[in-house]
Design a protein around this ligand. Structure first.
Ligand code: ADP
Ligand code: ZN
Length: 213
């Protein structure tokens, strides 16, 4: 099963992708996570990417396309994968189709997580993540048992560098401008399914499952 999760920042793509990964035993491929890891490692990719990420802009297409091409050719992707945060532009989507074509593969389903801009702003502003295991928490809707500490692994929670109000607004603009047009792109291909991304994580997950069946 090869899936794409679409939706604005804060729609819950990462959370749903992790749940899908557990359920179907296929890898979650998050360009955001890969890029953040590179920033942490302070390698060449990270140094290049951070100047874009810090201000909420997209990392150049050729960089992320190169990353994904390499990643989906690895053996653990043979039975499928969940793309989370990629593609984000029409060019990325076209290159992805091209690459899959060459491999004789197709995307089975594109699930669009729908949420309003107001909701996104409040979600992102209160969000914290565990740098060690990727666990995600929220001040109001999903507080950790001990403030500032990851329930899963005991790691020290951190706010993402780009989860500040100025950068959040920029990311929303970029989403509207560059990523939202992907809905039309995949609608034309006939595999787009929209899901309301409101309610509890479990509620949203059951809606997502309905769509990927
Ligand atoms: P969110 O969806 O919450 O904004 P991500 O973790 O998916 O978070 O992405 C964080 C940042 O990483 C983006 O703002 C962008 O700078 C960069 N990034 C991630 N995926 C891509 C992509 N496919 N193309 C370009 N830039 C990307
Ligand atoms: Zn953790």
């Amino acid at each position: 099963m090869r899936l794409i999760l679409l939706g604005p920042p804060g729609a819950g793509k990462g959370t749903q992708a992790k749940m899908l990964k557990e359920k179907f035993h296929i890898p979650q491929i998050s360009t955001g996570d890969i890029l953040r890891q590179s920033v942490k490692d302070n390698n060449e990719l990270g140094i290049k990417a951070s100047s874009f990420m810090d201000v909420g802009e997209l990392v150049p297409d050729d960089v992320v396309i190169g990353l994904i091409k390499e990643r989906i050719k690895q053996v653990d992707c043979e039975t499928g994968f969940i793309l989370d945060g990629f593609p984000r532009t029409i060019v990325q989507a076209e290159k992805l189709s091209e690459t899959l074509n060459e491999m004789g593969l197709l995307i089975d389903r594109v699930v669009d997580l729908e949420v309003t801009a107001e909701e996104v702003i409040s979600r992102l502003a209160g969000r914290s993540t565990c740098p060690d295991c990727g666990g995600m928490f929220h001040e109001e809707s999903r507080p950790p048992k001990v403030s500032g500490i990851c329930d899963g692994c005991g790691g020290v929670l951190a706010q993402r560098q780009d989860d500040n109000s100025e950068t959040i607004l920029k990311r929303l603009d970029v989403y509207q401008e560059s990523t939202a047009p992907l809905k039309q792109f995949y609608k034309k291909q006939g595999n787009l399914k929209a899901v309301t991304a409101r309610g509890s994580v479990e509620e949203i997950f059951s809606r997502v499952l309905e769509m990927v069946k």
